[in-house]
Design a protein around this ligand. Structure first.
Ligand SMILES: C[S@@+](CC[C@H](N)C(=O)[O-])C[C@H]1O[C@@H](n2cnc3c(N)ncnc32)[C@H](O)[C@@H]1O
Length: 377
């Protein structure tokens, strides 16, 4: 068992409740043994510590665990250091924050509040990159709202000759991205801290602009889109991902619970709130959030349930946004699942938003991975 468990802990990511229950119990058992002075395998402890760190210690710490942990001293032995590291960080994370170039100090109040959230909880914390096939195009790419670098690094690996600009409000998120870019040998990325509203100050135009899960966190997403349009080359494209209100009905129910109870966005409160959600009856709408990836890290839950600013869209709202931008819709919903539903309902015109509205009315979860669409001149 252990032979398989260690590679899983080293390569996997916490993303489901049965695994969480198993790992929580395993961690408590190991702690009990360590507290009794029994030997435990150091390679297992090291792998479990890495796994728990990757989820930002989102798993529940029982009072017995806390009492035992208080008696450990990370400086006393490797066992105690690794055991403690399964529950909390044992060393501060050193990120190259000073190496991030500033574009311009933030002035928009919403951008400041959103930036502050991601300074505290850079999102997403990611462990691995999917494989990519390199392409030859030497293009200019902007990742607007680059977060912790996963998307710009993926794009930089896919287009090794491209010049990639990774723009975000959060210096800490970008510093995490820069650290990871170095690990992945992705040198063609410029990390820039600033607001999409100020993107013209970069003084450059782009062939491809990508903004995944970002504009819905601006006070006025249309202003963000118009700013991006202003730095788009005439032949270029903007690919956007935006929240669907219909797909997020369970998330919105969980957010209502959180607001009604006045739960603060601290790691301890987030851990406790997760337990409350898990204790809900299975048919409670808010319980659906426990099936999504974001439920399994502190920054994920913060992003999902504690955001300081978000808009949730309907398809008519997307149509209005596109019309107001003066751009053309080049492609909508390019996922296989969505396309199949569309065709099964007999629709033919792939970018007809009125048809997509009917698909979503019948299958509200179609855009659980957000509305994904591409715009151009
Ligand atoms: C939900 S995260 C998504 C990160 C990344 N796009 C991804 O998919 O992994 C949203 C990111 O957008 C950034 N963001 C929000 N509003 C922004 C703005 N006005 N200008 C630049 N970045 C912004 C936040 O700082 C945050 O890192």
């Amino acid at each position: 068992m252990q032979l398989k468990l260690i590679p899983y802990l080293q390569q996997g990511v916490l993303d489901n409740i049965p695994t969480e229950r198993y790992m929580t119990a395993l961690r408590s058992d190991l702690l009990e043994k360590v507290a009794r002075g029994e030997a435990v395998p150091l390679d297992l402890l090291a792998a479990l510590a890495g796994f728990c760190h990757a989820s930002e210690y989102v798993m529940w710490e029982a009072p017995d665990d806390t009492a035992r942990l208080e008696k450990l001293d990370p400086a006393r032995s490797e066992t105690e250091r690794l055991m403690t590291g399964c529950f909390r960080p044992v060393a501060p994370e050193r990120l190259p924050r000073d190496e991030i170039e500033p574009l311009r100090p933030l002035s928009d109040e919403t951008s400041k509040a959103v930036g502050a959230q991601y300074e505290e909880n850079p999102y997403p914390r990611w462990r691995f990159l999917p494989p990519t096939t390199p392409r030859d195009d030497a293009i200019d790419i902007l990742v607007a709202g680059a977060g912790t670098g996963q998307e710009p690094i993926l794009v930089a690996k896919e287009y090794p000759k491209a010049r990639v600009t990774a723009l975000d409000l959060s210096r800490t998120s970008l510093a995490y991205g820069l650290m990871r870019a170095r690990e992945h040998d992705a040198g063609n990325i410029r990390f820039l801290q600033g607001d999409i509203l100020d993107v013209a100050m970069i003084g450059q135009k782009f062939d491809s602009i990508r903004s995944s899960g970002v504009l819905h966190h601006m006070k006025e997403p249309l202003q963000g889109l118009l700013a991006l349009k202003g730095v788009l080359k005439h032949s270029g494209t903007i690919r956007l991902f935006l929240y669907s209100a219909a797909a997020r009905w369970g998330t919105l129910a969980a957010q209502e619970m959180r607001k009604a109870r006045g739960i603060p966005a601290t790691p301890d409160a987030i851990r406790a709130f997760r337990q409350e959600i898990l204790a809900l009856p299975d048919d409670h709408p808010a319980k659906t959030v426990s099936q999504g990836r974001d439920f399994f890290s502190i920054s994920g839950v913060r992003d999902l349930l504690f955001h300081v600013q978000e808009h949730n869209y309907t398809i008519p709202m997307i149509a209005d946004l596109v019309a107001a931008s003066g751009l053309r819709l080049l492609e909508f919903a390019n996922t296989a699942k969505a396309r199949k539903r569309f065709e099964d309902m007999g629709f033919k015109e792939p970018n007809d938003l009125a048809s997509w509205e009917k698909v979503e009315a019948l299958h509200p979860g179609t855009f659980s991975g957000m509305y994904k669409f591409t715009l151009g001149f």
